[in-house]
Design a protein around this ligand. Structure first.
Ligand code: HAM
Length: 433
């Protein structure tokens, strides 16, 4: 039998990649703390109906990308393709919206974890991928629209990722979207022959998505299409002006993209994306928007809401491309040179770990050269050597692997857990302000 392999589009995140993920998650947590967003951890499995209703029947996700199956009890369940619908369900189910709906502050949440979409895998596109997800419920905006975008840009800024472009649009509301949709269908129908097969079908199901098609023929048609911005009702227009004003007040650079539409049907008014030139075809680092009324659609109270999600794997690709400074992975590598040195070396390893140091120790007496090779491969900052002379003199020889400076440290001190502090932790990226 050939050896087992992972499922296509499902990727192992290996130990050497974990520091990048940790960096991204730390940036999320730190910025959430500063902005006052609390963490929520909804399950990865939900009822299929939640996504069919929430994301929309005529979206690519629901039409062809969901991992849905019948569980042994006969119920149709789906691995979440995104987090928003599940979070909306959770906040309703647990009464978390009540304060915000009674005139209190908005409910501000974030979540992190894997999402599942049966898409064609390629660079930057996986079938299991991770998102950072931020949602704010109970505030009609427009200031909060700009706040979540500022939070997004600050997460990316903390990671030191540059060359990003924020684009915003307004998709209108239930008042102005139907007449706009009609005008758009009229225009697209007049150029039907130039559209790809998918878009001809979308004309009847989800005409706005035609504006988002990447095929050259469809792009050409989209260029002269009527846009949602041309037909906004006075309320949507005022809201969009408010969003743009707040973004400027917060110092967030952005451009208005009237062709920006999103792949999920729940959006109303504000829609936005952050793009990077460093990602190739899959250039969207993050996307989001306002989804007032999703909670009502799911059978709960009618709450305004806005949020976004960041693709973690795409951020990791960008971070890797930046070639971060490598911080030591482990502070001390303990190198016993003789059998007699083993017991005291083991004691030192345990004592240093107990006092908070990271220590690599294998319980083997080896030649110094072999130890140094191992320490180097591991990315250790310091080597502690214990040989015949050291045992006789009651000290260890401490060598700094970067400067090659050596000094003697009393074994008794090490056995009491005392050693110089060494900063470790994988990769140190960007300014980390
Ligand atoms: P989305 O635009 O579908 O929005 O996904 C957000 C981000 O997830 C994308 O910009 C991309 O970076 C990443 N992503 C999406 N699909 C894949 C994939 N197959 N492989 C790798 N990365 C991917 C949402 O999911 C909405 N729930 C965002 C939102 C939150 N809107 C309001 N609140």
């Amino acid at each position: 039998m050939p050896p087992m392999t992972a499922v296509r589009g499902f990727k192992d995140i290996l130990p050497q990649e974990i520091p990048y993920y940790a960096l991204v998650e730390d940036a999320m947590r730190e910025m959430a703390r500063r902005y006052g967003y609390e963490e929520i951890r909804p399950p990865v499995l939900e009822r299929t109906g939640l996504f069919r209703r929430g994301i929309g029947e005529a979206t690519d996700i629901v039409e062809k990308e969901m991992y849905s199956f019948q569980d042994p009890g006969g119920e149709s369940l789906t691995l979440r393709p995104e987090a928003t619908a599940g979070i909306a369900r959770a906040v309703m189910e647990h009464g978390l919206l009540e304060g915000a709906l009674a005139g209190g502050r908005a409910l501000r949440l974030f979540a992190m974890g894997p999402m599942f979409r049966h898409e064609r895998p390629q660079k930057g596109r996986l079938r299991q991928f991770n998102q950072l997800d931020v949602e704010a419920f109970g505030d009609k905006g427009p200031y909060i629209d700009a706040e979540v975008m500022a939070l997004l840009m600050d997460i990316l800024g903390r990671l030191g990722i540059g060359g990003l472009e924020a684009r915003v649009n307004s998709l209108g509301c239930e008042v102005c979207r139907p007449p706009y949709r009609e005008r758009l269908v009229g225009y697209l129908s007049s150029r039907r022959e130039e559209l790809c097969e998918d878009c001809r079908r979308r004309l009847g199901t989800n005409p706005l998505r035609v504006l988002d098609c990447k095929r050259p023929g469809c792009r050409e048609v989209a260029r002269s299409a009527p846009t949602s911005l041309d037909g906004l009702c006075p309320e949507c227009l005022a809201h969009f002006d408010g969003v743009k004003g707040s973004l400027s007040a917060l110092g967030i650079p952005f451009s208005v993209d009237p062709l920006l539409v999103r792949g999920l049907d729940y959006y109303k008014r504000t829609a936005f994306e952050v793009l990077s030139g460093g990602l190739g075809a899959q250039s969207a680092v993050a996307g989001g928007g306002r989804y007032d009324g999703l909670t009502a659609l799911l059978g709960g109270p009618d709450a305004p809401a806005i949020g976004f999600a960041v693709g973690v794997e795409r951020l990791v690709m960008l971070l890797k491309g930046m070639g971060g400074r490598k911080a030591p992975a482990v502070a001390f590598y303990l190198a016993p040179l003789t059998e007699q040195a083993l017991p005291r070396s083991a004691g030192v390893a345990r004592a240093l770990r107990a006092s908070g140091h990271s220590v690599a120790y294998d319980g083997e007496a080896l030649r110094l050269k072999t130890h140094l090779k191992r320490a180097d491969k591991l990315g250790a900052a310091m080597v502690l050597m214990v040989g015949e002379d050291e045992l006789a003199g009651g000290y260890a020889t401490l060598r700094d692997l970067r400067t090659h400076a050596q000094e003697r440290v009393p074994l008794a001190e090490l056995e009491a857990g005392k050693a110089p502090a060494v900063a470790t932790g994988g990769i140190t990226e960007g300014p980390l302000a």
